[in-house]
Design a protein around this ligand. Structure first.
Ligand SMILES: Cc1cc2nc3c(=O)[nH]c(=O)nc-3n(C[C@H](O)[C@H](O)[C@H](O)COP(=O)(O)OP(=O)(O)OC[C@H]3O[C@@H](n4cnc5c(N)ncnc54)[C@H](O)[C@@H]3O)c2cc1C
Length: 460
């Protein structure tokens, strides 16, 4: 059937047996081994609309791929049609208006490179290979969240191919309900073929990792909690438990050592950076301090080499509101048992500008949390997939008593069932179901953290 469909599609396609099929079905997570029926390399909204119509006509399941970083592998679908946007690489910056028009095939490194030339940045994630498509539609947390909000808080407009094949513009005036849902609702509402963002002026930052011994972890967590609670929005830091990688640039005596630490990013006046960090450096003192001046894209890609594509990857997440003594103890217990050098846990702050937007203003409804914690089990060796998965699951389970609402940041979820998705959207879930019913009543776009169509609302 897929060979026949191939001839009907306007875009370039790859089916099983074609040269490049295995490469085209390879995504970031090496655990994922899905075999799509056809991969459609779309280059325009028109080609996406055509792929949607052909899939509909033949009743084929569809997935949407931008950067291919989704942990659960939701960019691909077995025996279905993949709308592959990774070739849509256009970026246009308007430095005067501080705006960017970005196609979904760009990675965060592409976005950083383009915006940095103008002394501007888009608040988004911390690894350069992540795709702008998925990270934006799920929310977008990173070094600039505190200063500039989530990625969706900087989103001005989307061009969207709907489940009907119609191409529409969604912004605060046109299809405002769709625009609301796209800001956190993931790939449920259509295929976004163009994003327009506002940018913020950030160029050189004072940033990098700072580690303390595991024996100091309880004090370090308390200290970090206190510092970040009171700091200005220019001072961001995410907390981590990790194993020091055995190689450059890390000093040999720390190789393979289990530690805790913070990766900082200060965006304020550089002349004041040393004095801002003076009290932080006094705590401990740190056993490693790589914090210093660097271009924004350098901190945003600092860990790319450590996390190349193709590793075994299993992760789970929670929203956390406060560091209690029991929460700290539980994290230290699991920090001591990190199974492999790439496995880690990160606590990404949800504060500053993110807290200035109400939970119901966008679909992303967990702004009253203080952290999105992700537990990441990673290893290059498929033989250790079970070990990293088990560690991650048991750590996640142990943290449940401290988690906020039974949900998680959807971009950090595996396939964890409807309840987890419903809890993740909390009070916004019903409105999302209604908007889903309006724009995608048959749940055509369901290979995602799926929001089922709910009570239909009148169109218009
Ligand atoms: C190494 C790594 C680092 C990460 N760091 C961060 C981080 O710092 N901050 C953060 O917030 N998240 C982070 N993430 C999570 C990331 O946001 C998600 O994995 C996200 O799904 C990646 O987007 P993508 O385009 O690469 O994904 P893909 O796998 O291509 O897409 C994922 C899903 O998003 C939807 N989608 C993607 N593009 C479109 C589109 N154009 N139109 C409609 N739907 C679409 C689809 O439902 C698709 O299944 C990270 C992930 C990894 C693996």
């Amino acid at each position: 059937m897929f060979k026949e469909i191939k001839n009907k599609l306007k875009a370039e396609t790859i089916v099983a047996g074609d040269e490049g099929y295995d490469e085209a079905r390879t995504i970031y997570n090496g655990m994922i081994d899905k075999r799509p029926g056809v991969i459609v390399a779309c280059k325009s909204a028109e080609e996406v609309a055509d792929a949607v119509r052909v899939a509909r006509e033949h009743r084929i399941e569809v997935s949407i791929r931008s950067g291919g970083h989704n942990g659960a592998g939701l960019a691909l679908v077995d025996d279905g049609l993949v709308i592959d946007l990774s070739g849509m690489k256009g970026i246009r910056i308007d430095p005067r208006k501080r705006e960017a028009i970005i196609e979904p095939g760009n990675t965060l490194a592409d976005v950083d490179a383009a915006t940095h030339k103008h002394g501007l940045a888009l608040p988004s994630g911390i690894i350069g290979t992540t795709g702008i498509g998925g990270i934006t539609l799920g929310g977008g947390l990173g070094y600039l969240s505190r200063k500039g909000g989530l990625t969706i808080d900087n989103l001005l407009e989307c061009e969207v191919v709907l489940a009907s094949g119609e191409v529409v513009t969604a912004n605060k005036d046109e299809h405002a309900d769709l625009f609301w849902a796209l800001r956190g609702g993931g790939g449920n509402f259509g295929v976004v073929t163009r994003f327009t963002f506002k940018l913020i002026p950030v160029s050189t930052v004072y940033a990098g990792p700072m580690f303390w011994p595991l024996g100091k972890a309880a004090e370090a967590m308390e200290f970090y909690d206190e510092v970040t609670r009171e700091a200005p929005n220019d001072l961001y830091g995410f907390f981590a438990f990790l194993i020091v990688p055995p190689g450059d640039p890390f000093p040999e005596h720390l190789h393979n050592e289990k530690v805790c630490g913070v990766v900082w990013c200060y965006t304020g006046d550089l002349a004041e950076a040393e004095s801002v960090f003076a009290p932080i450096r006094k705590f401990g003192p740190p056993i490693l301090d790589f914090v210093g001046e660097m271009p924004m894209p350098a901190i945003n890609s600092m860990f790319d080499a450590l996390y190349p594509p193709g590793m075994q990857w299993y992760w789970r997440a929670h929203y956390i509101r406060e560091f209690t003594q029991d929460f700290i103890r539980t994290n230290i217990e699991f920090g001591k048992t990190i199974p492999t050098v790439h496995s880690t846990t990160h606590l990404y702050p949800i504060d500053g500008k993110v807290h200035e937007v109400a939970n119901t203003e966008t679909a992303w409804s967990n702004r009253d949390a203080r952290w999105a914690q992700v537990i990441v089990g990673v290893d290059p060796d498929p033989a250790r997939a079970g070990v990293v998965t088990e560690w991650c699951k048991s750590y996640h389970e142990a943290l449940k008593p401290f988690a906020m609402n039974g949900g998680a940041y959807v971009n950090f979820m595996m396939e964890e069932g409807d309840d987890r998705i419903r809890n993740s959207y909390g009070p916004n879930y019903q409105r999302l179901q209604e908007i889903k019913a309006k724009y995608d009543p048959d749940n055509f776009f369901h290979v995602n953290q799926n929001i089922k169509p709910g009570k239909p609302v009148a169109s218009g």
